[in-house]
Ligand binder design. Structure first.
Ligand code: SF4
Length: 311
């Protein structure tokens, strides 16, 4: 029995700083994020910045049902989670589109009720680096004094030529300025990156990790580029036939990135999780749990740990 317990502990010990570990250290219990769609739009799609959006974006959030109130969306997911995690706490995650893209009063009406839901210990807000106005930064700072606030920002690449190619609608400098504003206010920042963007080299993907270390942010989500129908990326893929990363290349690159990553940066995600019915390529992404297992195996085989290069 004792041997079994040690085995389980050993198996759960990751070679990177996992989100589950971070939450357990911070809150002393299991904490689960619940993704919600508050019905915001995106300035990169609605014409304010651009029309069409990022070339990989299919326009659908795939999160919750925005016809339901946020409370109903939250309760539906929580009731499922309760079967497995009876004593968990929750963090509502405004994930769909750009969740600071609205008038300050509108944002307050969306955010404030979420903090009053049962067993909520924080709030995550996904947004763009060009969509937080000065008065909103100040409100976020005040909100951060009342709850554990995290802002999630899509970066995808630290190279302006790639940002331009994928129609992000912002530059690296704008991104840096936004992170500075948030960190000045002590707000937790999580950055999303995509490996395998068209025409990026492996070296460029490692440079993006160096940039993340330089920014001194709090968390990272790794994604693998994938292609869905009804996206500009799909058309580009058909016309230009750029190559996608193989499964082996992705695992090797992400493991090397983990070893380069500052050891204090929490890893929120290691691989994308596309909807099976919409996925065109790469098909190997469908089996997410096997990929996660193989990342663990690779890290072990090559004796890699997060931040090892820095020690
Ligand atoms: S910023 Fe997000 S929601 Fe907007 S177009 Fe890009 S991926 Fe889609």
């Amino acid at each position: 029995m004792r041997g079994t317990i040690f085995y389980v502990i050993f198996m759960n010990e990751k070679r990177y700083y996992s989100l589950d570990k971070f939450y357990r250290e911070k809150f002393g219990c299991k904490v689960i994020k619940i993704s919600l769609d508050a019905g915001f739009t995106c300035p990169n799609k609605d014409g304010f910045k651009n029309i069409g959006g990022c070339i990989f974006c299919n326009g659908a959030s795939g999160i919750g049902d925005k016809k339901d109130t946020l409370e109903v969306q939250f309760e539906k997911v929580k009731n499922v989670l309760l079967k497995k995690w009876k004593n968990a706490k929750y963090i509502p995650f405004l994930e769909a589109n750009t969740n600071t893209y609205g008038a300050l009063e509108t944002l307050k009406k969306v955010y404030e009720p979420l903090l009053k839901f049962d067993n909520v210990v924080g709030l995550n807000i996904a947004t763009r680096c060009d969509s937080i106005r000065e008065e909103v930064y100040d409100y976020l700072e005040e909100l951060n004094n009342r709850t554990f606030l995290t802002i999630e920002l899509g970066l995808q690449s630290s190279f302006d030529e790639t940002l331009n190619l994928i129609n992000r609608g912002h530059t690296k400098d704008e991104f840096t300025a936004c992170v500075r504003e948030l960190k000045k206010r002590n707000i937790n920042v999580v950055i999303h990156i995509i490996n395998g963007l068209p025409f990026e080299t492996e070296e460029m993907m490692y440079k993006t990790i160096e940039y993340i270390n330089y920014l001194k942010v709090d968390g990272i989500k790794f994604h693998m580029l994938y292609i869905e129908k009804d996206t500009a990326l799909y058309k580009m893929f058909l016309n230009e036939k750029f190559s996608l990363l193989s499964r082996e290349d992705y695992i090797r690159i992400v493991c090397n990135q983990i070893s380069m990553l500052d050891k204090n940066v929490v890893v929120h995600r290691l691989v994308s999780d596309p909807a099976r019915e919409k996925l065109v390529e790469p098909k190997w992404l469908i089996n997410k749990f096997e990929i996660l297992n193989d990342i663990d195996k690779y890290l072990k085989e090559y004796n890699l740990f997060q931040g090892k290069e820095k020690e």
